[in-house]
Design a protein around this ligand. Structure first.
Ligand code: NAD
Length: 494
């Protein structure tokens, strides 16, 4: 499926016409040292969109050096008000030019343009949050029991160079968790976006230089995870890694980070339960649960991929879910009417289809979907499986595609048990008109984020956390900033 290129704006076209997208190191766009490149594709058509540089250890080293020099240079003397003013300019930049970022992201990763455009408000909220946080870096003066006249206090200082390793499924807001924190605290960064979709990150960071981001403060090294990503995680002069991606890669990052005992923040995978009680308002729960999984074609870490529904309403709920799902419009990412775009790659489509086959083979009932569209592009119809039990592969493993398992329960304790039967602890939801039922579920599900009668809302002040094998390290709230700072204890003898 293709959409005409004339629908994109002039700046987007100019950016894409470059064809070869270099690394962004010390404010300059440069090729990888070995000249290697990676083809990137429009998942809606399977056509080549351009090439990104295949950075390796030597490029990572260059970027880390630039970030270290920036960290120790002029940037370290910027006042919090100057850093805040830069974030205000970033807000204004997003106000003026978000559309081109949305177009690039949609073309590069396949998310519908209506969706990427709608993330503008979220991205701006992130920038506003970090602009406020820039003035909220504070230590304490403390009492002490020391002999003599000693004043004790703590100072908060930026930890240094941050390695930001991120996935492909929604950089426009997610990248601000790192870029915003760096700009608020005075840290510097080397970003390593996913090879499948790096373009919106490259364009954003380039634009930030145009509004006054000093060179070297945020660098971007594109490339493969096993080379550029691993080199960043291993690098002896990177102080902290902020990683978002799969649990398997998270484990490798932990191992690589031992070189210099880096601080880590890991935001990993999920298999989130979406619990629909018998008293739920189905007019809200059906579309809410459907988009809780099918948004971004299921390529969201917190996707509600297990709908756990009261047996007394399971038949009606499943029928209505299937009807809603069949009505979702699949299409190319730039078509404004598209509700569901393609999957990121042929490999991802094949992986999702293997799960569909596993669902069938293990006896789940295929209610709707279950097929890949014959090209061009990498589309899979949104798929609902009914009568799923927790022994089945589709109920246990993260699919990262538009496939949902409907699992019936008899009483709320069973729903909670099913909800917790996962190694992950990222998110979950409950749909009920009864506030005490809802709060009981919220309290008992072991996950970092819970929604009641809604799905997927995230505000940076409240944050979005994970537990168990979904990772650790705060995302959002004052605690988020804390992880970009260290504490210095100060003793002053008078
Ligand atoms: P991935 O783990 O394959 O890749 C993530 C990033 O890590 C990419 O930049 C990749 O190049 C890099 N990488 C790969 N191998 C590496 C290595 N050995 N060392 C260093 N870096 C390496 O994940 P993905 O397929 O890009 O994204 C999907 C996964 O991300 C899913 O599991 C999803 O749940 C998770 N995710 C989690 C969150 C969250 O907030 N918890 C958000 C989005 C996505």
């Amino acid at each position: 499926m293709t959409a005409p290129r004339q629908t994109i704006g002039e700046n987007t076209r100019r950016f894409l016409d470059r064809e070869n997208h270099g690394l962004l190191i010390d404010g300059a766009v440069i090729p990888a040292a070995n000249g290697a490149e990676i083809d990137v594709f429009d998942p809606s058509s399977g056509e080549r969109l351009g090439r990104i540089a295949a950075g390796e250890a030597v490029d990572v080293d260059l970027a880390v050096k630039a970030a270290r020099i920036a960290f120790e240079g002029e940037w370290s003397r910027w006042s919090p008000y100057q850093r805040q003013a830069l974030l205000f300019k970033a807000y204004d930049l997003l106000e003026r030019r978000f559309d081109e970022l949305a177009e690039i992201e949609s073309l590069d990763m396949g998310a519908p343009i209506s969706r990427t455009r709608a993330t503008k408000a979220g991205a701006q909220r992130m920038v506003q949050f970090f602009a406020a946080m820039a003035l909220n870096i504070r230590g304490e003066t403390l009492q002490n029991g020391l002999p003599g006249e000693v004043t004790t206090m703590t100072l908060r200082a930026p930890v240094g160079v941050i390695g930001g390793i991120t996935p492909w499924n929604g950089s426009l807001t997610a990248i601000w968790w790192i870029a915003g924190a760096v700009m608020a605290t005075g840290c510097t960064a080397v970003l390593k976006p996913a090879a499948e979709a790096s373009l919106s990150v490259l364009h954003l960071i380039e634009m930030l230089h145009e509004i006054g981001l000093p060179k070297g403060v945020i660098n971007v090294v594109t490339g493969h995870g096993a080379s550029a990503g691993d080199a960043l995680a291993r690098h002896g002069d990177v102080d902290r890694i902020a990683f978002t991606g799969s649990t398997a890669t998270g484990r490798r990052i932990i191992e690589a980070s031992t070189t210099n005992i880096k601080r880590l923040q890991l935001e990993l995978g999920g298999k989130s339960p979406d619990i629909v009680c018998a008293d739920a308002d189905l007019d809200r729960a059906v579309p809410g649960a459907a988009m809780g999984i099918f948004n971004n074609s299921g390529q969201i870490c917190f996707a509600g991929s297990r709908i756990v529904v009261a047996r007394s309403i399971a038949e009606e709920f499943t029928a209505r879910l299937a009807e809603y799902t069949r009505g979702l419009r699949l299409g190319p990412s730039l078509d404004p009417d598209t509700q569901l775009g393609p999957l990121i790659s042929q490999a991802q489509r094949d992986s999702v289809m293997a799960y569909v086959e596993a669902g069938r083979a293990e006896g789940a009932e295929l209610v709707c979907g279950g097929e890949a569209l014959s090209g061009p592009g990498w589309f899979v119809r949104p798929t609902v499986f009914g009568g799923v039990d927790m022994e089945m592969t589709i109920a246990r493993e993260e699919i990262f595609g538009p496939v949902v398992s409907v699992i019936p329960f008899d009483d709320i304790d069973e729903a909670i048990t099913i909800g917790n039967r996962t190694e992950y602890g990222l998110a979950g939801a409950v749909w009920s008109r009864d506030v005490s039922t809802a709060l009981n579920v919220v309290e008992q599900i072991r996950s970092g984020t819970m929604w009641v009668n809604c799905y997927g809302l995230i505000d940076p002040i409240t944050g979005f956390n994970g537990t168990k094998m979904s990772g650790y390290g705060a995302k959002g709230g004052l605690a988020h900033l804390d992880t970009y700072l260290y504490t210095k204890s100060v003793y002053i003898q008078r």
